[in-house]
Design a protein around this ligand. Structure first.
Ligand code: ADP
Ligand code: MG
Length: 323
């Protein structure tokens, strides 16, 4: 795009692109990329040397000193779990691990194993000591997985860096986790497409026109494995221990904080359209677009002016937040 510096890197398990306008665009891009790599090293669930792994390996044993970033993510994770009635839960780690290792070898976990792991999933258990800057997972085998909020948190950090450098206009996209700073240099709003999850070409069903907002999409269609003809995706219902099957193909959340939008989008995808409104009611200022299996696109009233339908098969209907 004219007048913009751009960058594409692989980080946090996804493709991260930036478009940045302004005199200090190059500097902003390199600072953001450096910060992203650092966050990836700290928060990785798989890397044994990560700060997060230190916390997980000490579960049931002792509290661990954590960075202020990790402390805020743990606090946000706890809050999201309470406000989404457990549909979002960062202590889903043991289940994520079990499902991943079974699906990798072409099978699904035994139900007895799932039932054994379920009592370990409860974000309320996480003990945070702000004074000592420590966190503690009290039960042996408990594990935090930040996959549902890390990209959002990283987008928020990128925005801080842009603002510190007085960048007037920029957009960062971490694998579908978008944050737009300001409008485009020509004054138009940014257009963020929400893709039709089942169409071959990933054609958008709807386009959101936004300025100064984060747009985050979550959906089971993104990552899944097939066993005996059935698809098992990466969004787990922490209350049952199984992938969450709902009437939603995807859930998109728009708001001022990408970390919250990220967690909330995951929660809505887990909850389904009937219960999504309850969770949205908890988060005033956040709007949503839900794409249902029958191609009805449900949009909260606050987005009606910025959602542009582009697919002829899609019908757009409002969802009302229960206030
Ligand atoms: P993506 O990372 O594919 O954009 P999400 O933001 O929805 O998708 O996060 C999904 C990731 O979060 C999963 O890969 C897993 O690590 C973790 N996760 C899965 N289910 C839940 C859940 N119910 N609550 C919190 N985290 C979850
Ligand atoms: Mg998420």
């Amino acid at each position: 795009m004219k007048g913009y510096e751009s960058s594409t890197i692989l980080c946090m398990g996804t493709v991260v692109t930036q478009l940045v306008h302004g005199k200090r665009a190059k500097k902003a891009i390199s600072l953001v990329n450096r910060a992203l790599r650092q966050m990836e090293a700290h928060w990785s669930f798989h890397l044994r040397s990560s700060l997060l792994s230190k916390l997980n390996l000490a579960a049931g044993v002792r509290p661990v000193k954590v960075s202020s970033d990790l402390l805020s993510m743990l606090a946000l994770g706890k809050e999201l779990s309470v406000r989404t009635c457990g549909a979002f839960d960062i202590t889903v780690g043991p289940l994520v691990k079990e499902w991943a290792s079974c699906l990798d070898s072409g099978r699904i976990p035994a139900d007895a194993r799932i039932q054994e792991l379920l009592p370990l999933v409860n974000a309320n258990d996480i003990e945070i000591d702000r004074g000592r800057r420590t966190a503690f997972l009290p039960k042996l085998g408990q594990a935090v997985d930040l996959g549902g909020i890390a990209k959002g948190y990283a987008a928020d950090r990128a925005l801080e860096i842009y603002r510190d450098l007085d960048i007037p206009s920029a957009v960062i996209n971490l694998g579908g986790n978008v944050f737009a700073l300001g409008s485009k240099a020509n004054g138009e709003r940014w257009r963020v497409g929400i893709h039709d999850p089942v169409a071959q070409q990933g054609r958008p069903v709807i386009v959101l026109e936004v300025a100064g907002k984060s747009v985050v999409t979550s959906g089971g269609y993104e990552r899944f494995a097939v066993v005996d003809g059935k698809a098992y995706h990466h969004l787990l219902d922490p209350r049952t221990g199984y992938p969450a099957y709902t009437d939603l193909l995807s859930a998109t959340v728009v708001g001022d904080t990408s970390a919250v939008a990220d967690g909330l989008a995951t929660a809505l995808a887990v909850l389904g359209s009937a219960r999504a409104a309850d969770a949205l009611e908890e988060y005033s200022g956040f709007e949503a677009v839900l794409v249902t299996a029958d191609k009805t696109v449900l949009v909260t009233p606050g987005l009606m002016g910025s959602a542009v339908p582009v697919s002829p098969e899609a019908t757009v209907a409002p969802i009302s937040k229960l206030r």
